[in-house]
Write a protein that binds this ligand. Sequence first.
Ligand SMILES: [Zn+2]
Length: 301
Amino acid sequence: MKNIFQKSSSNWVKYDKYEWRTATNGKCYITPSADAKPSIYNPIKDYEKLVLTAINIGTNTMNRADEAELKESIINFVNEYGMLGLMTALPTTPDFITYEAVYLPKNHFIKEESISTEKYLSYFFPFDKIDFRKMGVEASWSMDSVEMIALIMTMKNKPQAVMMSFQKEYAEPYEWLVEVFRDWAFTFFSSFLYYQDYDRLDENERNLYRQGIAAFGGVAPTYRIELRERPTIVWDFNSLLLCVQMMFSFMLTDENSSMKVCKHCGKAFIATRPNMEFCSPQCKNQYNVYKSRAKKNDTPR
Ligand SMILES: [Zn+2]
């Protein structure tokens, strides 16, 4: 499976500036800055970097990095790739606007199996309410931003809720994001350690890893073919979260390159040769320096 996404494309929206803001409920959210401008990009173009960046933020959360450090790494991620789109990733359907209520499969964040559309939207619009009205299955949404109208014209295939998540008022809670990134890192480490330590693990431990991975998965996005310079698969992801999960799944199962943990810095990286153990020549050098120093210290004087 050599570069499965070579003839693929997709699109997602990112703003050129985001910030952390605390809402009246005391929770901290990431949201586009007041003067930020949206643009459309192709998240699949450099998907390995996208997935590795996401997993390595998760690794930092597992290693209990402090909040300031985590917030910085998350805002860097969002500046580069836009928001995860939790609002459309969590419900049973990204078209939840067209139903009477929002239905939620089991998740880490909202306990209720179904909640009203207004209440659900309030999780993601904690600052300025958007102009949205719901009457049974009918809904009306209006906005007057010229940029949003241009985006809607370009991204005709997206459900309304996805377009709403591209509004400047949209926000995602810090605590939820940390959880999502941590889950990805956990999945990656489960898969990596399962094979690395296979011979050392007993059957119970192996089962724990298998169960940990079994919880990972998602719905497949729809796709279409476009005749560009070459026929191209265009994936219609309804959240960046789903996009990361799907590309991550293909990377985990790729026979030609494997995702590994760097022996020196502990970060995830792509090993292009089977014997690669370090994410960079720098890490390899530093590791060898430490190793030879450690040896020197061990020798009796
Ligand atoms: Zn490294």
